[in-house]
Write a protein that binds this ligand. Structure first.
Ligand SMILES: Nc1nc2c(ncn2[C@@H]2O[C@H](COP(=O)(O)OP(=O)(O)OP(=O)(O)O)[C@@H](O)[C@H]2O)c(=O)[nH]1
Ligand SMILES: [Mg+2]
Length: 420
């Protein structure tokens, strides 16, 4: 006899509050995205509830009456997890869990859970654990620990039960240890990247599932994992890319963004997101086939602003044009977004236009220069190495001649060093 073991999928109820702050469509769009997140985490959505209510109930978020009504629905339909689209306070979580007798999590908790199950490298694991502990700290309650043991599954992965049970003091110690560890990883990354000064650096950024990794793989012939689920990529990968015979650029694939990305995650992913912060140019990849792509653009722009990349030159890369049948949409995008290109990364459509664009930017931004210094200026000569890729150094009787390649920005810095 063959025994079939059925994989248990969690049955979820999703709840959003419509406080009239946003349009009805927007609230629906948000809960649809929450459903995608839930699916990524392995939960099947059985109910999507939108409760219209002016103002948030401090004790039960959606109000006690509504919560009691839902408790019955949960019981009858064997729901085992309840997910809220917005962040709940520790008090709300406690009250709702008691009433529902089920695990209650919010969007941040769900995103953290997905990140925890997707983190592969030491760096990503450390970053996720830090974010989880910071998220958990104010929410540590006896009820929570009790429920996490009882139900397991979503919202309970990561640091593990033993840490949940330890007191806050221990968690704080762990947090500072993880911060330390990340600082070391970051320092290591800095030394690694110091050899990249003479290159134009490009970061691929954008909403999750837009096709960033697919584009990265196509351009660099790398093999970064790409799939039709949210947050396939958590680590940044950097490769060099030959733009023509003599010019190389460095290009990085990075973690995707999403609306309401937990602040702790952004903070702890700082070293990964440095690839974006340090880039000269950002390729902002957008899934043009997504009905809400304009909202995605806003979220990404705001997130970039949050960590100080607002001033950077951004090229908008509208991807997945192969599945867009509405020609007027393409015309609209062409008219509205000036520095942009419309492509399909998976089908290889219009990639040459994107490459031409990159080549032009490279020509505008990278310079090759020659300087002469007196033989005694060894300190200045070594400083040039910090800001440029030195192509040739020659010494004669009374001077050093250095030929280097660097960005326009660094070229200015070098001129200041020499003049000083
Ligand atoms: N139809 C179509 N699908 C595409 C295209 N580019 C990427 N995809 C698909 O979109 C899905 C997401 O692609 P990824 O490259 O993993 O997206 P990502 O932006 O790296 O996503 P995260 O790392 O999760 O943030 C995959 O199923 C790809 O095959 C395209 O040009 N057309
Ligand atoms: Mg990716």
């Amino acid at each position: 006899m063959i025994e079939v073991t059925k994989k248990t999928v969690e049955r979820a109820m999703l709840i959003a509050l419509d406080t009239k702050e946003f349009s009805k469509e927007t609230v629906e769009e948000h809960i649809e995205e929450l459903e995608e997140l839930a699916a990524t985490a392995g939960a099947e959505t059985i109910f999507k509830i939108i409760q219209t209510k002016r103002g948030i109930d401090p004790a039960f978020y959606i109000g006690k009456g509504k919560a009691e009504e839902l408790a019955q629905l949960i019981e009858l339909n064997e729901i085992n997890i309840v997910i809220f689209d917005d962040d709940l306070t520790p008090v709300q979580v406690r009250n709702l869990e008691k009433l529902f007798n089920r695990k209650v999590i919010d969007r941040s908790g769900l995103i953290l859970d997905i990140f925890a199950s997707r983190a592969k490298t030491k760096e990503a694991k450390t970053q996720v654990e830090l974010a989880q502990l910071q998220y958990m700290l104010p929410r540590l309650t006896r009820a929570w620990t009790h429920l996490s043991k009882q139900y397991g599954g979503i919202g309970t992965k990561g640091p593990g039960e033993t840490q949940i049970e330890t007191d806050r003091r221990l968690i704080r110690t762990r947090i500072s240890l993880l911060k330390n560890k990340l600082e070391k990883i970051e320092a290591h990354r800095m030394t690694q990247s110091s050899g990249r000064k003479g290159f134009l650096r490009i970061a691929i950024a954008g909403y999750t599932n837009a096709g960033k990794s697919t584009l990265f793989n196509l351009l660099t012939e790398a093999n970064v994992f790409a799939e039709n689920k949210l947050f396939a990529t958590l680590d940044s990968t950097t490769r060099s890319l030959d733009i023509d015979d003599t010019h190389k650029i460095l290009i990085s694939d990075t973690v995707g963004f999403i609306r309401k990305l937990p602040a702790h995650l952004i903070a702890s992913f700082k070293s990964t997101l440095n690839e974006v912060r340090d880039a000269d140019i950002i390729l902002h990849v957008i899934d043009i086939s997504h009905p809400y792509f304009e909202d995605h653009i806003k979220v990404v722009d705001e997130t970039l602003k949050e960590f100080g990349s607002a001033e950077k030159r951004v090229i908008k890369v509208f991807n997945k044009v192969d599945i867009v049948s509405d020609k007027s949409l393409i015309d609209f995008v062409k008219n509205v977004y000036k520095e942009s290109v419309i492509i399909s990364a998976s089908r290889g459509i219009n990639i040459s236009s994107l490459k031409t664009m990159l080549k032009n930017i490279l020509n505008e931004n990278i310079v090759e220069e020659k300087i002469e210094l007196p033989l005694t200026a060894t300190k200045k000569a070594s400083q040039i190495h910090e800001f440029a890729e030195v192509l040739k150094t020659e010494y004669d009787d009374n001077k050093i001649q250095i030929i280097y390649r660097t960005s326009r920005q660094n070229s200015e810095k070098i001129k200041k060093i020499i003049a000083y």
